[in-house]
Design a protein around this ligand. Structure first.
Ligand SMILES: Nc1ncnc2c1ncn2[C@@H]1O[C@H](COP(=O)(O)OP(=O)(O)OP(=O)(O)O)[C@@H](O)[C@H]1O
Ligand SMILES: [Mg+2]
Length: 325
């Protein structure tokens, strides 16, 4: 397996939504990152910063409004027809609420074999059911579960069914969008460990979207931090978590509770996360974080900073970092 190559290269990806009366919401604006084959990129940021929109645009549930998505060397930002269908097999998306995406009128067996049938995997119904049984066991369920309906399962079990359905079509890349956020902590750990095992055994590549920084740090190799439609920092985990460069990332990390009263006091004093959030609708030309940033200058209000290297395998978009060398 060629581990060094990138499975996914995203360059200046844009997704805008028209929200009436000439107003345009810049949900994803010039987003760039890479995901090396067989690794996990964590995607973090506050609610509404565009994480889900990035995921949905990558798997082509949304048409991009600009930029490139290179998947396995091919620009897939404009593919159609048969090529697009093959892509929907290779790129899967797992959601926070699997219940909403599991057809309540289908048995679990039917849910899993549906994708096999669409993509012509398995010689007939019987063979496809055998594949489904194998997948159920793989995700820690039993073959008997194939005859049951989604409502008969717990949240964690439903997430396993959703995962079995995604794995059925033998994908290369899975977007896990808050896939474990709604589950109990112990169940979260089980699902995360399972995802790690599958990554090892099947060579899968993940984009792991979550609010919970500690979970993202645990599961991912690299992390991208989003703020109002833009990536403000991306890099290897040891760089991003131990040497956060962007003021927003520093603020996010400070917001993770620490069991030290002195530190807690200092932290609330410095809390930059309380400032006003700008709007993603018709945004100004400057840095999206300038309304909350403690280091803001006039240049920040006028000019959007680009992602630049700040360490090994570590990029950040901030004018203050540039000036500091
Ligand atoms: N279909 C849509 N039409 C209009 N605006 C949308 C649409 N989908 C998302 N948005 C807007 O785009 C922005 C990004 O939304 P998105 O759901 O990608 O954020 P998110 O980071 O996934 O948030 P959360 O953490 O709450 O899931 C938000 O301002 C949202 O209101
Ligand atoms: Mg989301």
């Amino acid at each position: 397996m060629s581990e060094k190559t990138d499975l996914l290269v995203v360059e200046n990806l844009k997704k805008y939504f028209s929200v009436g009366r000439g107003k345009v919401l810049h949900a994803v604006d010039n987003v760039s990152f890479t995901v090396p084959r067989g690794t996990t990129l964590g995607l973090v940021g506050e609610s509404g910063c565009g994480k889900t929109t990035v995921g949905r645009t990558l798997v082509r549930l949304y048409e991009p409004d600009g930029g490139k998505i290179l998947f396995d060397g091919q620009d897939i930002s404009g593919v159609r027809g048969r090529e697009k269908r093959e892509l929907t097999r290779r790129m899967q998306m797992v959601y926070q609420d699997p219940y909403a995406s599991l057809n309540p009128f289908f048995t679990v067996g039917e849910i899993i074999t549906e994708g096999l049938e669409i993509h012509g995997i398995g010689a007939g119904k019987k063979e496809r059911m055998e594949i489904a049984y194998g997948l159920l066991e793989k995700v820690g369920l039993h073959r008997e579960h194939a005859n049951r309906f989604p409502h008969e399962f717990s949240g964690g079990q439903r997430q396993r069914v959703g995962l079995a359905r995604s794995l059925a079509v033998n994908p290369d890349f899975i977007v896990c969008d808050e896939a474990i956020s709604a589950l109990d902590v112990s169940v979260q750990a089980q699902i995360v460990n399972m995802l790690c095992d599958f990554q090892e055994s099947m060579g899968l590549t993940y984009l792991f979207i979550a609010h919970d920084l500690s979970m993202v740090r645990y599961i991912s190799d690299r992390t991208a931090v989003m703020y109002l439609g833009t990536v403000v920092e991306v890099g290897d985990n040891r760089e991003v978590y131990d040497h956060p460069a962007h003021p927003y990332t520093q603020g996010l990390l400070q917001a993770v509770p620490v069991a030290d009263p002195d530190y807690e006091q200092e932290r609330s004093r410095q809390n930059i996360m309380l400032g006003e959030v700008s709007s993603p609708v018709n945004p100004g030309p400057g840095c999206r974080f300038c309304s909350r940033c403690p280091h803001v200058t006039e240049r920040c209000r006028q000019e959007m900073p680009a992602l630049r290297p700040v360490g090994t395998g570590h990029l950040a978009a901030c004018h203050a970092l540039e000036q500091g060398g």
